[in-house]
Design a protein around this ligand. Structure first.
Ligand code: SIN
Length: 300
């Protein structure tokens, strides 16, 4: 039997497939269709210190090769997540990665400090795409100095491993990743969505501005994974337009130790269990003993 398990920060995951943050609700919403325990790890919607209402509708928009979302970071807040939703993951012994954010450095730090270590918490995934309200709204993740400072401050208040989720909206991704690495980051999620907008030509208006995800992003995210894998030696979670097992494999071969599936779940809510099964079939057909042996093999 081929092994689908992967090790992340010293903990065993049953497989390398996760949801992307914000695409499986708080976990319980998918339960009528398939059990959350099938995931390698569940990634939370971005949590903040206090609950957040998010944006007015429309919040999602279908595009030809993707999806635009403008949820506006709506979430129940870190305390309510742990009081109300985390017990399901405890009951099902399902590891989680806690995506979190703030609009100021202080909020990031306070939120990270609030999350107590637990055997099931694999890592905290820092969403670095949020606007820094104190500095005129520039995204934290676009300035290497800001990235260095905020990662360093968050690392100082928690012993849970920190993963930086980076934005594609930069020309110097290696420099940004390098700044996070120098500050002691433990891993990366590559990449978040790309800022975009839609024009309604009948109403002469802009109905939505938001993050573009889906297949259109895949080659861009793959390049990011490939390049960061060859320069920085920390685990990478690949994310961007993974629709099926071959897309997942391409990220693993480029250097990801695990993958996150987001937009595809809105096309077919069974995509994640299908990808897990198809990856298993692939390993068995190839007589490859372990999925973890395939990380980075595209580098030759
Ligand atoms: C949102 O809630 O608007 C999306 C968050 C993100 O893509 O980082």
């Amino acid at each position: 039997m081929a092994s689908m398990s992967v090790k992340l920060f010293g903990k065993n995951l049953r497989n390398p497939v996760m949801n992307a943050s914000g695409t499986l609700g708080y976990g319980e919403e998918i339960e009528p269709l398939w059990g959350i325990e099938n995931l390698g790890a569940y990634v939370t919607k971005g949590l903040s210190l206090n609950p957040h209402n998010g944006n007015p509708t429309p919040r999602v928009w279908e595009e030809r090769q993707g999806l635009i979302n403008s949820i506006g970071l709506q979430n129940v807040g870190v305390d309510r997540f742990f009081n109300e939703y985390f017990p399901l993951f405890k009951k099902k012994k399902t590891p989680i990665i806690v995506n979190f954010f703030g609009f100021t450095e202080e909020e990031y730090v306070a939120c990270a400090r609030r999350i107590k270590p637990d055997n099931l918490i694999i890592a905290l995934e820092m969403n670095l795409s949020c606007p820094n309200v104190k500095q005129g709204g520039i995204s934290f993740g676009k300035d290497p100095e800001m990235v260095y400072k905020i990662v360093k401050e968050v690392k100082a208040v928690t012993r849970i491993p920190i993963i930086a989720k980076l934005t594609p909206e930069v020309r110097n991704l290696r420099e940004i990743a390098g700044a996070a690495y120098d500050a002691g980051v433990d891993g990366f999620t590559l990449l978040n969505t790309m800022p975009s907008l839609v024009v309604d030509i009948e109403k002469c208006s802009v109905p939505i501005r938001g993050g573009l995800s889906g297949p259109v992003l895949r080659p861009i995210a793959l390049k990011a994974v490939y390049e960061i894998f060859s320069s920085l030696h920390v685990p990478i979670l690949g994310s961007g337009g993974i629709m099926n097992y071959s897309d997942a494999l391409s990220f693993i071969m480029a250097g990801a130790c695990a993958v996150q599936v987001g937009t595809a779940t809105f096309v077919d809510p069974y995509t994640i269990p299908k990808i897990i099964q198809e990856l298993k079939n692939y390993l068995e057909q190839l007589r490859c003993p372990r999925i973890s042996d395939l990380t980075g093999v595209a580098h030759g």
